[in-house]
Design a protein around this ligand. Structure first.
Ligand SMILES: CC(C)(COP(=O)(O)OP(=O)(O)OC[C@H]1O[C@@H](n2cnc3c(N)ncnc32)[C@H](O)[C@@H]1OP(=O)(O)O)[C@@H](O)C(=O)NCCC(=O)NCCS
Length: 164
């Protein structure tokens, strides 16, 4: 499929509306707007990434310092799917984690598990259900230093309340 040349960069403070708009449309359609705001969004350790085609933000994803590095809220504009925007964001997150010597994890929709697998992620454990959203897997992308203490911490099982 055609791959566009996306600019992937951290969102600026004044661009937060782009993040909430894409999350609401793609990840929480029909749900109250506050469900598109996630715990830790305003933490100084959090990075919100956008993929831009010219001036248009077509996809977003966020990285949190939470039980290691957590990828969350990967959302591609429905008009722009299948053109490489989602992969461009996840690859940037992978590069940021590798630079920090960390692995990554996410709660992946079962419908998107194949997308992450293509990028080198693996399912960890059994699927579980999130209310209003559906079946998910914990998925992990490996640390660049698999033998390190930090990698061992990052690989700890997640407590049940992280499953959101
Ligand atoms: C899943 C999603 C992030 C993929 O983003 P995208 O920009 O459309 O994906 P890309 O164009 O980068 O696709 C990369 C490859 O993965 C494949 N792929 C895309 N979505 C897939 C899916 N759901 N399952 C399996 N493979 C998928 C593509 O066919 C492509 O393969 P190719 O390299 O052989 O052409 C996007 O469709 C989306 O926002 N979906 C709705 C929300 C969602 O599920 N978010 C993830 C939450 S965990």
């Amino acid at each position: 499929m055609e791959q566009d040349d996306f600019e992937v960069r951290p969102l600026r403070p004044g661009e937060r509306a782009l993040l909430h708009d894409l999350r609401a449309r793609v990840l929480r359609p029909g749900r109250p707007p506050e469900e598109s705001r996630f715990a830790g969004d305003d933490a100084p350790t959090t990075t919100h990434l956008g993929a831009f085609l010219g001036a248009r933000c077509v996809a977003v994803a966020s990285l949190y310092d939470e039980q290691g590095m957590r990828l969350r809220g990967v959302a591609v504009d429905p008009e722009m799917r299948g053109r490489g925007a989602g992969s461009a964001l996840v690859r940037r997150a992978q590069a940021m984690a590798a630079e920090a010597g960390r692995g990554l994890w996410c709660n992946a929709r079962a419908s998107a598990a194949g997308f992450y697998e293509r990028l080198g992620w693996a399912e960890d454990g059994e699927p579980f259900d999130l209310p209003h959203i559906g079946a998910h897997y914990v998925m992990r992308y490996p640390s660049p230093n698999p033998g390190s203490d930090r990698a061992a911490v990052d690989a700890q099982p997640l407590p049940g309340d992280e499953r959101r």
